[in-house]
Design a binder for this molecule. Sequence first.
Ligand code: ZN
Length: 504
Amino acid sequence: MDPTAARERLVSLWREIEDLRSVSAVLEWDQETFMPELGQEARGRQLALLAGLAHERLTATELGEAIAAAAEAAADDPELAAMAREARRQHRRAAAVPAELARELAEATSAALAVWQEARRRSDFPRFRDALARVVELRRRQAAAIDPNRPAYEVLLDEYEPGATVASLEPVFRQLRERLAPLIQAVAASGVEIDESPARGRFPVPAQRAFGLEVAERLGFDFRAGRLDPAPHPFCTTFGRGDVRITWRWQEDDFRPALFGIMHEAGHGLYEQGLPAAWAGSPIGQAVSLGVHESQSRLWENLVGRSRAFWRWATPIFRRHFPDHPTFDPDRIWPALHTVRPSLIRVEADEATYNLHIAIRFDVERRLFAGELEVDDLPAAWNEGYEELLGIRPGNDAEGVLQDIHWAMGAFGYFPTYTLGNLICCQLFESAAAELGDLDQAFAAGDFAPLLGWLRSRVHEAGSRWSAAELVERVSGRPLAADAFLRHIRRIAEEAYGVVAEPA
Ligand code: ZN
């Protein structure tokens, strides 16, 4: 078959899978935003039906043949070769899992979710134990079905971060344990209390929304191809090309959660809006991995949104939206955007301590799937991790091992992608600054186009053409490491807390 025909055949089959996924995304978005409580049962059934249809198409013999034909025709066509590679990866993963096991997993996670909610409410890990053990066992069997020759944990990781290995993650997390943990403990021991009053007060919700929208639009988020709506948990989802939904929540006495939440989700959205049009609906037209996705959100949230230069532009706009708030100058708000405080709850953690929350989860998950820990050992292992890395100990399991929904959903191997995002964003940002020159001057003028243009051409337009690790290396000229991130956190420790760390 000639490459053009092979590509057309593969993409026409793939586009239907993507469309089914997009339809599910619409229903899920609605479920998380506006659906009334009693719609739950019917919605669950509809989503299961769509998941089944997508699975059928993904595992179809016809698709397998189209992939083989594309791979064969791709000798002189690297783009088509990438499409065949990515399609084959997903096709094989799905086809390797027997339908019976997939059904058992769906039932076990749905049951575990309900039990987890109750167990967390009562702070009662033993109540959750059996349901969790069942999910772990099924995920182990699933991993063995997909690839019996790789460690189970790595196979699960591959679902969220294709190509990532335990061997590549271990040194990165070791570096964080060795370098970041002592720095955070030194900050905590410094006794410095940051004045957060510029960030606190009364912030009417309509004004917070208007401010967030103005900022997101200025960053480059295209509202002709997206929307912002309220939701209990902020997220970003895509319904296909030209329709990217972001959500937000707010706190009336502190503007930070809403603004940085919107900047975070807009960062995800900018990536989705920047994916290559020419590959839309094809196997490489999607975001490459969750880690790279998170790098885009964190970059806009933390490296742009919390910078002094950004606030030189944003302060007058802030004042226009919140005329009653006491005035502050951009340098005074800066420390309040960089508090570092060991805490027990991951989703409330700051950008420095956040990655230790993840280091603990990575360590516990890896040992669990390597057979070094049993499900019964999880609460103790969790608490020891917090004691060791953050110097604090959960008082109960609700603020410890039961706090996250991920394990009940069976999402083992998902957590590391958050830290990968934080590390990737710092490494990419250093490259952008080296190539583009003084970004501060542009930010202070409210000009984010040079940075967005750089991300578009280097990251967004690459789709899934390369693996995440290859992409990072191509763009930054070296493999992913923790040092750019550690430089960033060291600057915060020094400038906000006066804590000087020895260089790595
Ligand atoms: Zn995110």
